[in-house]
Design a protein around this ligand. Structure first.
Ligand code: ZN
Length: 202
C-alpha cells in the first residue's frame, strides 16, 4: 500500500488538500485498518482526498490518556466504524486529555473513560445530543470506581479549581465533563430520567 507511510512512533501526520468538514462525513465510511498494519486510516487514497495518518492508537495525548482511551467506542467497534477524530477534533481532544489529567491528579486513582470523542455517526447512533461536545472532542464520560461512586466523583470535581465547561452527573452512573479553550461556563447539572436539574444532589 504505497499511501501508507511509516512514521516515527508516537507521531502523527496530517495531509490536507480537502476541506476539513469532509473529515466528519468521511468517518462514516472509514474502516479500521488491519491491526497488523499498525495504522489507523481515515480515508482511502483517492486523488485529492484527505489522508490522516495516526500512529498506533497507543499515541499519548497527555500524561495519563492515550488516543485509544479517548476514542473508545463499543458501538463503533461492533459496527466497523473508525471513530477517528479529524485534526481540529484531535487538537480539542488533546486539550481535554490534558485537563482530564487534572481530574486524575485530583482523584488520585485511575479515571476510566467510557466515551470521549464520538464521530457524528456514532454520536447519532447512541442517542447523543445533536450539539454534543463529544463530537468536537471536548467532552468525556468517565467513572473512577476506586475513588467512589459517580456522585462522589462529581462533588469532588465541583469543589475543586478544575476549570470545566460542564460537569454533569448522568443517571447516577457516570460523570460527563467538558472543557473549552475559551470561557468555561462552570455549569453543573444532574441528569436523570426525569430530566436535567442544576447542581448535584444534596
Ligand atoms: Zn457525555
Amino acid at each position: 500500500m504505497p499511501w501508507l507511510r511509516r512514521l516515527p512512533h508516537s507521531t502523527m501526520r496530517m495531509q490536507m488538500d480537502w476541506p476539513w468538514h469532509s473529515v466528519r462525513q468521511r468517518c462514516k465510511k472509514a474502516r479500521l485498518a488491519k491491526p497488523s498494519e499498525r495504522w489507523l486510516i481515515s480515508e482511502h487514497p483517492l486523488p485529492g482526498a484527505i489522508r490522516v495518518f495516526y500512529s498506533e492508537a497507543t499515541m499519548r495525548l497527555s500524561t495519563y490518556f492515550s488516543l485509544a482511551e479517548m476514542t473508545v467506542s463499543g458501538y463503533a467497534a461492533r459496527h466497523g466504524i473508525s471513530n477517528i477524530p479529524g485534526p481540529i477534533e484531535l487538537d480539542n481532544l488533546k486539550h481535554t486529555a490534558q485537563q482530564l489529567d487534572r481530574v486524575r491528579a485530583l482523584l488520585g486513582v485511575p479515571v476510566i473513560v467510557s466515551s470521549g470523542y464520538r464521530c457524528p455517526p456514532v454520536n447519532t447512533a447512541i442517542g447523543g445530543a445533536k450539539n454534543s461536545q463529544h463530537m468536537t472532542g471536548q467532552a468525556v464520560d468517565f467513572t473512577a470506581p476506586s475513588f467512589g461512586n459517580p456522585e462522589a466523583v462529581a462533588k469532588s470535581i465541583a469543589d475543586s479549581h478544575i476549570p470545566f465547561d460542564q460537569l454533569i452527573l448522568e443517571y447516577g452512573q457516570w460523570v460527563h465533563i467538558s472543557f473549552t479553550t475559551r470561557h468555561p461556563r462552570g455549569e453543573i447539572l444532574t441528569i436523570t430520567r426525569d430530566g436535567a436539574v442544576k447542581g448535584l444532589p444534596k
